[in-house]
Design a protein around this ligand. Structure first.
Ligand SMILES: Nc1ncnc2c1ncn2[C@@H]1O[C@H](COP(=O)(O)OP(=O)(O)OP(=O)(O)O)[C@@H](O)[C@H]1O
Length: 237
């Protein structure tokens, strides 16, 4: 059986600067993949390359066999890959519900994720539906950003640094929604700086350093030392 998302030999550049060096990864339906790594490792660039925002200069990205790396960002979203960007990027002048409905513009046909289902996933968004999105707490805004991406009914949901700046209790609340998202048939890729959190939610973990994947495996098979080496490149202590 071929993978849902297959990334092969992906390279990406910002001008002359090469940020990704031949990245390979596969994601199957029902999987949650975590990408971990220090600042500047290339995690965000990888998400941006998959979604057509960063310039792909080599390799390929296939969704169910369909070539994405030659498409523009809006086409990739239509094809079924949606991203929750770092910093959420909500529309500040719109309400919570308007932000969610904007996500639906990218959907193709019918699908599991509807406004009532987003409200069931994050009930606070039902209560706050008429509030300006920016009046919500950071965690609630993150829920809107996830809901907006889900409204496109993606086959793959890419989440960049969901936990950034949020309290542990809020992070737990957000990650508690993951099983329901996976059960809906949407596979997930999370970029996470919190290694513990990544190991908890992921079926597979990839560690990145300097634009390359330096370690991959199931959380249970990855030792602390191996992760440390792959993350920092050197063993300390
Ligand atoms: N717009 C840009 N122009 C030029 N270089 C960039 C740009 N964005 C990122 N880079 C560089 O590409 C490399 C990878 O950055 P990237 O943001 O993908 O890393 P990251 O692992 O997501 O780190 P962080 O957690 O800090 O976001 C870094 O060296 C960074 O300085």
């Amino acid at each position: 059986m071929s993978a849902l998302l297959q990334v092969t030999g992906l390279t990406a550049h910002y001008g002359d600067f090469q940020a990704l060096f031949g990245v390979d990864l596969t994601l199957d339906q029902g999987q949650t993949l975590a990408i971990i790594g220090a600042n500047g490792a290339g995690k965000t660039t990888l998400m941006r390359a998959i979604t057509g925002i960063a310039r792909v200069t080599g390799g390929s990205v296939l969704l169910d066999g369909q070539r994405l790396d030659r498409m523009a960002a809006p086409e990739i979203l239509h094809a079924g890959v949606a991203m929750v960007p770092e910093g959420r990027r909500l529309f500040p002048s719109l309400t919570v519900e308007e932000n969610l409905r904007i996500g639906a513009h990218a959907r193709q046909g019918s699908g599991f994720w509807t406004l009532p289902r987003i409200h069931d996933l994050f009930p606070v968004l039902r209560d706050r539906r008429d509030h300006p999105a920016t009046a919500l707490s950071g965690g609630q805004q993150q829920m809107v950003a996830i809901g907006r991406a889900l409204m496109a009914n993606p086959r793959v949901l890419l989440c960049d640094e969901l936990s950034l700046g949020l309290a542990p209790v809020v992070i737990r609340e957000i990650y508690a929604a993951f099983p329901a998202i996976r059960d809906s048939g949407t596979a997930i890729v999370v970029v996470e700086q919190d290694i513990g959190q990544a190991l908890k939610v992921a079926t597979r973990v990839h560690c990145m350093m300097e634009g390359r994947i330096t370690l991959s495996g199931a959380p249970a098979d990855l030792g602390r030392e191996a992760i440390h080496d792959a993350y920092f490149g050197v063993r300390q202590g």
